[in-house]
Design a protein around this ligand. Structure first.
Ligand code: SF4
Length: 445
């Protein structure tokens, strides 16, 4: 938990020497508490105080990554129980199982299916993030071979799931450059599993039957040289799973209980696909860092990933599309050009109405930091200058040979200034974009 200014002040030299640029130690402590100053700016702070402040500043939930390069995923580093308090930092990693009993074409088909679980939604690419290779065979060689095949055939992060240290050692040896997550160490296997994780620098799942046993296990694993840990607490029912995940989150964030200050993993591998998506979605809401599903049915993943996208969007940041020119249909130099803002909902509504008109067109999307037309205009994020700049930046004069720009009817008031700023003829479009098909047919010649 972050220290208050007064708590920091107690750890400072209290000489008011001003070497830090502040008039007093108290002023410096207040700046430090607000993260407007760095501890290094005080040359006289003692080593003990430095350590105490560094420990207090450590995030309550550790950041853990696995996978390498483009396949790397991040877990943890959360600071709040509820999204509206700030935001959630690490979106739940969604993983799908691949059994090491599969071979040949069946194995290839399963990997291809998992790879294909990706969709486009309001301009955002949403997809499954990881493959969990399951050691169903009990055979280390089969497990290693399947893991190697998955690594070669998929760009997703890798989770190796086996209770056997021998199987984990064999598989990680074949996949070490992919930095897999190793699952899982129990109290009985903590020593050999931690040895493998430390040797290959991979994060390790700690699995236990009770919260107390889990806390003891993470301390044991940490003492064996593994810092990046993911928690797996056993529960039979959805109710118990949610209860456990909530307790872990509260102990981690509110009580700053370091032995449980790690992200979590949940396995949802029983029941039909509909049951799995219901359970997994509930666990994404509260507060699983990773969910592993057995099903690979696309109809399950579209709603699951949509729910995840909504939960992990930043409440202070509207969903946005990239500001640029979007061609609708196959426009040419005589096609209409109109603008709207980069608020996703606004853009996709306009896009759909322009498509419905069947008039090939260009839509220039102006960057208004994700605000809708009227809000952006009221907040001066949309004015003649921002539109003229967007036109220049996107070279719209090279796209069309006419010099006419259709603007949303709601901002008709800016037409005069925009005409002066651009030297283009400004055509005031309808207030509601649902009227665009009629407008284009009647007014665009
Ligand atoms: Fe206090 Fe350190 Fe700043 Fe001097 S440099 S005023 S001791 S905080």
């Amino acid at each position: 938990m972050a220290l208050t200014g007064l708590e920091i002040f107690k750890l400072l030299p209290k000489t008011n020497c001003k070497k830090c640029g502040m008039p007093t130690c108290l002023a410096f402590a207040m700046q430090l508490a607000q993260k407007r100053a760095k501890l290094e700016d005080c040359p006289d702070v003692s080593q003990e105080a430095r350590q105490a402040l560094a420990a207090a500043a450590a995030p309550p939930m550790r950041k853990v990554t696995f996978g390498s390069g483009d396949r790397q995923v991040t877990l943890g580093q959360e600071t709040v129980l509820f999204r509206h308090e700030e935001k959630f930092y690490s979106s739940t990693v969604v993983a799908v199982t691949v059994s090491d009993k599969l071979t040949g074409q069946n194995l290839k088909n399963r990997i291809d299916t998992v790879n294909s679980l990706q969709f486009e939604r309001v301009g955002t690419h949403i997809k499954v993030n990881a493959v969990a290779v399951i050691n169903d065979s009990g055979d280390p060689a089969a497990f290693a071979s399947t893991a190697e095949m998955v690594k070669k055939s998929s760009n997703l992060a890798l989770i190796l799931v086996s209770d056997s240290p021998d199987a984990i050692a064999a598989a990680v040896d074949k996949t070490k450059d992919a930095v897999p997550l190793l699952a899982a160490a129990t109290d009985n296997t903590a020593q050999p599993m931690a040895k493998i994780a430390a040797e290959f620098n991979c994060p390790l799942v700690a699995k236990a039957e009770s919260i107390e046993a889990l806390a003891d296990l993470t301390e044991k694993i940490k003492s064996l040289g593994v810092a990046d840990i993911v928690l797996c607490l056993h529960a039979e029912t959805l109710r118990d799973k949610l209860y456990n995940l909530t307790r872990l989150r509260v102990l981690s964030l509110k009580k700053i209980f370091r032995p449980l200050g790690y992200p979590t993993i949940s396995f949802v591998t029983d029941g039909n696909p509909g049951h799995q998506v219901a359970v997994a979605t509930s666990l994404i809401c509260k507060y699983s860092g990773i969910v592993v599903l057995d099903t690979a049915e696309p109809y399950v993943f579209l709603p699951l990933l949509t729910a995840k996208m909504n939960i992990f969007s930043d409440p202070q940041k509207p969903v946005q599309v990239e500001p640029k020119v979007y061609p609708i249909g196959e426009p040419n130099e005589n096609s209409p050009l109109m603008f709207t803002t980069n608020f996703s909902l606004t853009y996709y509504t306009v896009q759909s109405d322009v498509e419905a008109s069947r008039v090939p067109s260009y839509i220039l999307v102006v960057d208004t930091e994700g605000l809708s037309v009227l809000t952006a205009y009221s907040g001066d994020k949309l004015n003649e200058k921002t539109v003229a700049d967007a036109m220049a930046k996107n070279n719209v004069d090279k796209l069309v040979k006419h010099r006419k720009l259709i603007i949303p009817g709601y901002v008709a008031v800016m037409s005069g200034k925009l005409e002066e700023a651009t030297n283009w003829e400004i055509m005031v479009g309808p207030r509601e974009c649902s009227m665009l098909p009629k407008y284009l047919k009647e007014f665009w010649k």
